[in-house]
Design a protein around this ligand. Structure first.
Ligand SMILES: Cc1cc2nc3c(=O)[nH]c(=O)nc-3n(C[C@H](O)[C@H](O)[C@H](O)COP(=O)(O)OP(=O)(O)OC[C@H]3O[C@@H](n4cnc5c(N)ncnc54)[C@H](O)[C@@H]3O)c2cc1C
Length: 403
């Protein structure tokens, strides 16, 4: 195995998708992941149609669609009145390459990206490699990691930190993680039950101060994700008992559902002061984190990746100056602060904190009018597109035969 040109810290979805973007451009990459395999906790699962062209460009979309499910309808529910305001994603037909979203657990996206990476000889993924530090100078950057209990040093030209919200590389580079933490506890639960039989769309924002949450289909065999919130003062150990109480309220009496996975989370709106520190670049949750309502977290990370991988590859090939990486850092940070984070906060506030009924009625009225008018619905449905920033290098787009 040749010495890597780039080290990617963290084999989450953003690390692996970024590594694949680099590998496809001929860059030798080593991915270091602290866990023994892909992390399976229930997290992102909605891929907005805006990110699908990027997955197609990487050759991933066919496999992602095979493993996942196409989502064609989104609904906002007024829980108090059991009214659903439905939006048809078919409005994107003729306006976007893919007139649907795809739902799939982010661990499965990581599996698929890993499978594709294995086709590149110059690329390796090392599991059980805990990244602990880095040092850089004009010649390159060195990353230290514990691998099988031994402290090992890896050398490269660049390091991409995609090791999630607690990023040790970001901390070591003293890049901060400014913002706020929401006071509530969020609980994500995977459940087998026929929610479609109750009238739920593929993706639903249920608006209510007590019963608010997300209800979204994960597969065609009635696996659904429900994310709700609770007072964080309640004991964490008794979350499972309260999940049962929540489903007793949400579902008809005697409903026969099966919980397959759950995980409590704290949610934040935060971003690093810079997404670049010399030869260290940050992407995904290591760079920015948002609450998941509206599905803009992984979305933002994917758009980081789509811009970063071609830019780093072009810098290594000597076709652009490395100042392009400053542009990456500035543009991706700005779009997160100006759009993704405030938009996700608005969704979160609507779903969980709509305590003023008059104001809520106004919002629901606007949504109802939007749903009834295809042109306004189309604009309302453009949730992910504003997170996108253009390519910073003139990377030729791949032909269909290369996909
Ligand atoms: C309940 C929930 C639902 C969500 N739903 C959506 C959604 O539908 N759509 C959406 O866009 N976003 C969603 N998000 C957000 C999404 O999950 C995150 O944005 C996404 O996980 C970010 O991916 P990542 O690869 O940057 O980081 P991570 O997924 O956190 O991956 C980081 C990886 O780095 C590894 N690592 C950590 N430390 C080290 C170290 N020191 N050395 C080596 N490896 C290390 C970790 O083990 C992990 O594998 C959701 C989040 C939650 C909690």
């Amino acid at each position: 195995m040749p010495q890597p040109q780039v080290i990617v810290a963290g084999a989450g979805p953003i690390g692996l998708v970024t590594a694949l973007g680099l590998a496809r451009r001929g860059v030798a990459v080593t991915v270091l992941e602290r866990e023994p395999g892909i992390v399976r906790s229930p997290r992102a699962m909605v891929y907005h149609n805006g990110v699908l062209p990027g997955l197609a460009e990487l050759g991933l979309l066919d496999d992602v669609e095979k493993a996942g499910v196409r989502a064609t309808e989104l609904a906002f529910w007024d829980y108090a009145n059991q009214e659903a305001i439905r939006f048809d994603l078919g409005h994107f037909e003729g306006h976007e390459p893919f007139p649907y979203n795809v739902h799939l657990g982010q661990d499965r996206l990581a599996d698929i990206a890993l499978e594709h990476l294995r086709e590149y000889e110059d690329c390796q993924v090392v599991f059980g490699a805990l990244v602990t530090g880095f040092e850089q100078d004009e010649a390159g950057i060195r990353v230290s990691a514990y691998v099988g209990g031994h402290l090992t040093t890896y050398r490269a030209q660049y390091v991409i930190g995609t090791e999630g919200a607690a990023s040790p590389l970001r901390t070591m580079a003293d890049l901060g993680f400014e913002g706020m933490t929401w006071p509530e506890r969020f609980v994500a639960v995977n459940v087998r039950y026929d929610f479609a039989g109750l009238g739920y769309a593929d993706s639903n924002m249920v608006v209510d101060p007590v019963m608010g949450g997300i209800v979204a289909r994960i597969d065609t065999e009635d696996l659904w994700r429900i994310t709700y919130h609770e007072d964080s003062a309640l004991p964490a150990e008794t979350v499972p008992a309260r999940i049962v109480e929540f489903f007793d309220r949400l579902l008809p009496a005697g409903a026969d559902y099966a919980m397959t996975q759950y995980s409590p989370y704290t949610m934040h709106q935060r971003a690093a002061r810079s997404f670049r520190h010399g030869r260290l670049l940050l992407a995904g949750d290591a760079a920015h984190i948002t609450n998941p309502i509206g599905g803009l977290g992984l979305t933002s990370g994917l758009f980081d990746s789509y811009v970063l991988a071609p830019a780093v590859a072009a810098v290594l090939a000597g076709t652009v100056d490395d100042a392009v990486l400053d542009e990456y850092a500035a543009q991706r940070r700005q779009v997160f602060l100006d759009y993704a984070s405030p938009r996700a906060s608005d969704f979160k506030t609507l779903v969980f904190n709509s305590t003023d009924r008059t104001q809520l009625d106004q919002t629901l009225g606007t949504l109802r009018a939007a749903a009834a008018d295809p042109a306004i619905a189309l604009e309302a449905l453009r949730v992910s597109q504003p997170c996108r920033t253009p390519s910073l290098v003139d990377a030729p787009s791949l032909s269909a035969s290369e996909r």
